[in-house]
Structures are given as C-alpha cells and as structure tokens.
Design a binder for this molecule. Structure first.
Ligand code: HEM
Length: 425
C-alpha cells in the first residue's frame, strides 16, 4: 500500500474529487487499499463483493455509519439514513411497512400520473434539462405518494440547496474535527440559505392538511418527537427523490448513446402496453426495461460509495482491519471490478436478463444488510413506471457535441444541467 508521505497527496485529491481518486487508488493498488490518516488510523478502500458482504451483512454488528457521514447527519439528524442503535430501530419499525412490496404497488397510479403530466408539458423537438425535469418529477412523486403534498414547485430551489449541501459535505469531511453539529454548517457561506429552504419545505409538508399516508403514520405512531419527525420527513424527501432522479437521468443518457437498446425498450413498451399507460402489474412483463435500469445503476450507481467505521478489530476477506478504521465499499468500484464483471465498462443490459450470473454482493445499488435502502422496491417500481410512461410517447436525445460532466459527492449524478432534445415518437 501507499506510504505515509504519499497518503497526504491522496487525501488532498479525495477532498477535491472523491470518485476519481477512489478509482485512481484502485487502479494503482488493486481492490484492497489501505491509506493511513491521522496519527494511527487508516482508511480502507475495498472493492470485492466479499468485502461488502463481510462489512454490510456477515459482521454488520461491528460497523456503524462512518465519520464521513457527519456533514449529512448534521442535516438529516435522527432520520433513518443517519441514525444508529435504538433510535434507528424504532424509526425503521414505523417506516418499513409503508415500503413493503404489496403496499408500494398502491402508489403506482400516482407515479404514472405524475410522469404523464410532466411529459404532457414538454415542448416537442426542443432541448430541455432532463436532469432538472426528472428531479422535479421524482420530488413530485414522493411528495404526493408519501406526504400528500404538491412539491414540484419546490424542485428548483431544492436542487440548488442539495448542490450546496453536497459540496459542503465533501469539503467538510476531510477537515480535521469534522462535526455533525448543525450550527457549524448553518454559518458556512451559501449553506445557511440552503438549510433554511429545506427546513421551510419540511415545515410546509408537516403542516399540510391532507397529510398523506406516511406522514399520518409517523405522526400517529407516538414514536417521534417533533424534531425526529422533521428529520425523518427531510430524510425521506431527499433520499427518496434525488437518487431515483439520477438513475433515470443516467438511463436516458445511456439509451441515447445505445440506440439498439432503446429500440428494444420501445418495442417492449409498445407490445406490453398496447398504447395505454402502464400499471403496477405490467412491471413483471417489462424485463428489458428493468434490465436497462439495472445496468444503468451498475455503471452509474447514484449511491456510489458506502462507508463504515469499525468498532472492533476485524478480518475482512483476508484484510486485517483494526478497530477505529474507516472502510469504503463503493458500489461504483465493485460494479466495475473486472474479476466479477466481464467487459465491466460496457453497457450490456443482457447481464440482467434471465438467470443472473454475478455473485450476490457484486451488485449493490441499494446497499445490503439491515441498513439496506428502505425505498428500494418503491424506487424500482417508480423508475420502471416512469421510464415506460416516458418511452411510450417520447424519445430523449443528447444534444450533439455537448459533453455530460459527472459529479460525485454524496450522490453520483450529472453535474448541472443535462441538455436533451425531446421528440414525440
Ligand atoms: C438507504 C440507494 C431510493 C430511502 C440507502 C442506501 C443506499 C440507497 C445504497 C444504503 C446506504 C448505506 O448503507 O450507508 C438508493 C438508490 C435509490 C434509492 C440508488 C434510487 C434509485 C430511495 C427511495 C427512498 C429511499 C425512493 C424513500 C422513498 C432511503 C432511506 C435509507 C436509504 C430512508 C436509510 C435506510 C436505513 O438505514 O434504515 N439507499 N436509494 N431511497 N434509502 Fe435509498
């Protein structure tokens, strides 16, 4: 592994561009890399499926969310994503039933209606910002389905707030003494206004008269203080829309680059739907559409890295990990590990058709173990229905000559606008 002097250089690079730096470390040193930091701690970058299985599943009691989540915790507090122990367990028990598969299918018509309305507003033959449109759509869906609130109008400000938040989170992570105290971030220039917007949106949602199913459940469970309720609403609003929007944006980008995959998708949608809008039951009959989404999430996992701190010493698939170490098992790297994925950089949805040949933890866009994404079923249903609803009537093409810059902070997404030309089919 790298020596201590060289480590300083790597840390500097990580603070500027974590995804590129993780990739460079893995290319240079292989799929188990140890980078020293602080006086006697180490950061492990592990990118084999066995590493993920050990940390997220087999020995998960030995791990807590890493210190690198502190800036996020400052904002999301005791919500599901950033809480631990008894608080996490109590919240998960209340929230989980809403996301059970047989329950989630009840949201299908809201998902389809929201997508159909959005598409209906698109001008024909004109370039628009696909990333922004999709964030607006997915925020609209979680707002309606979970909270009974109309949030599409909040999407632009929310997008800007999230940009500021993610930039500050990455910059802050690598400062000594990084904290989860909210007050510190409120004083960061440009971030105070972002937090104010998010707080305001949550307040409007919580006070909303029609409630929405999840909100009523949270309020009536008797398990949440006012502060915990706010944290959970904000967590579900943010975790519940930005990732799904990114996975759809990457999917449309890839479909525009791979016309054969797009033709096959359009044929499948036409044949299964026969000119009507999709329903929850159709999802099982759209295997290629789902495979396209799965393959897009392999190459471009919106939650591109998963990180934990070790409580006690451990041995992770042959790697000795001392107590207090920080470990990253990034889906981005595991999904592109050439030992488990033939032609790892190629876009091949066939990988996800029929029986799947990859090892179980070679593919983890939603994480694993007990902290696995609570919204995974919701997200897959939503992404499939939205993709089918849009593809049924419209085709999106990248504007020629416009590069798609990427940005990886907390999530991995197109940087800024994603200009795509929309055509009626
Ligand atoms: C957790 C990915 C959609 C809510 C996670 C984790 C991943 C993930 C990887 C685990 C993080 C970790 O272990 O540190 C994604 C992706 C999505 C998506 C790629 C879309 C394509 C959603 C949706 C919701 C949601 C739609 C809710 C409506 C959550 C919550 C957690 C979580 C609350 C924390 C769960 C816990 O720790 O108990 N997500 N997610 N996510 N996700 Fe998602």
């Amino acid at each position: 592994g790298p020596g201590a002097v060289e480590a300083v250089r790597w840390w500097g690079r990580m603070a500027r561009s974590p995804l590129d730096t993780y990739g460079a470390l893995a290319r240079r040193y292989g799929d188990a890399v140890r980078v020293p930091f602080g006086r006697n701690r180490a950061f492990f970058l592990l990118s084999r499926p066995e590493h993920a299985e050990r940390i997220l599943v087999a020995n998960q009691d030995n791990y807590v969310k890493a210190f690198t989540y502190r800036p996020l915790r400052a904002v999301l507090g005791d919500g599901l994503l950033t809480s631990e122990g008894g608080t996490w367990r109590r919240h998960r028990r209340v929230v989980q039933p809403v996301f059970a598969q047989r329950h989630v299918v009840g949201f299908a018509s809201q998902m389809v209606d929201t997508a159909a309305q959005a598409v209906g507003r698109w001008p024909d033959g004109v370039a628009l910002d696909a990333a922004g449109e999709l964030r607006r759509l997915t925020l609209g869906i979680v707002g309606r389905a979970l909270f009974g609130s109309e949030l599409e109008g909040e999407a632009e400000k929310t997008g800007r707030a999230l940009e500021a938040l993610q930039r500050a989170a990455v910059a802050g992570t690598f400062l000594p003494g990084v904290t989860a105290k909210r007050g510190v971030y409120q004083r960061v220039p440009g971030l105070g206004g972002a937090l104010e917007h998010l707080d305001g949106m949550v307040q409007r949602v919580v006070k909303g008269s029609s409630g929405g199913e999840l909100l009523n459940l949270l309020k009536e469970s008797g398990q949440f203080s006012d502060a915990e309720l706010r944290d959970e609403v904000l967590t579900l609003l943010l975790a519940g829309h930005e990732t799904t929007a990114a996975s759809l944006a990457w999917t449309f980008m890839l479909l525009s680059k791979y016309p054969a995959a797009r033709d096959r998708l359009e044929d499948e949608v036409d044949e299964v739907l026969g000119g009507r809008e999709p329903k929850a039951e159709d999802v099982d009959r759209l295997p290629w559409t789902r495979a396209v989404l799965s393959e897009a999430m392999r190459l471009y996992p919106p939650a591109w890295t998963i990180e934990r701190d070790a409580l006690e010493d451990d041995e992770v698939a042959g790697v000795r990990v001392p107590a207090g170490s920080t470990i990253a098992v990034p889906p981005y790297l595991i999904h592109r590990n050439a030992e488990v994925w033939p032609n790892p950089e190629g876009f091949q949805p066939e990988r996800f058709m029929g029986e799947q040949k990859h090892p179980r933890y070679a593919y983890l866009p939603f994480g694993g173990g007990r902290r696995i994404c609570v919204g995974a079923g919701f997200a897959m249903l939503e992404a499939t229905l939205v993709l089918a609803t849009i593809a049924r009537t419209h085709r999106l093409d990248l504007v020629p000559g416009v590069a798609v810059p990427v940005r990886a902070e907390i999530t991995f997404r197109p940087a800024g606008a994603l200009p795509m030309r929309v055509m009626r089919r």
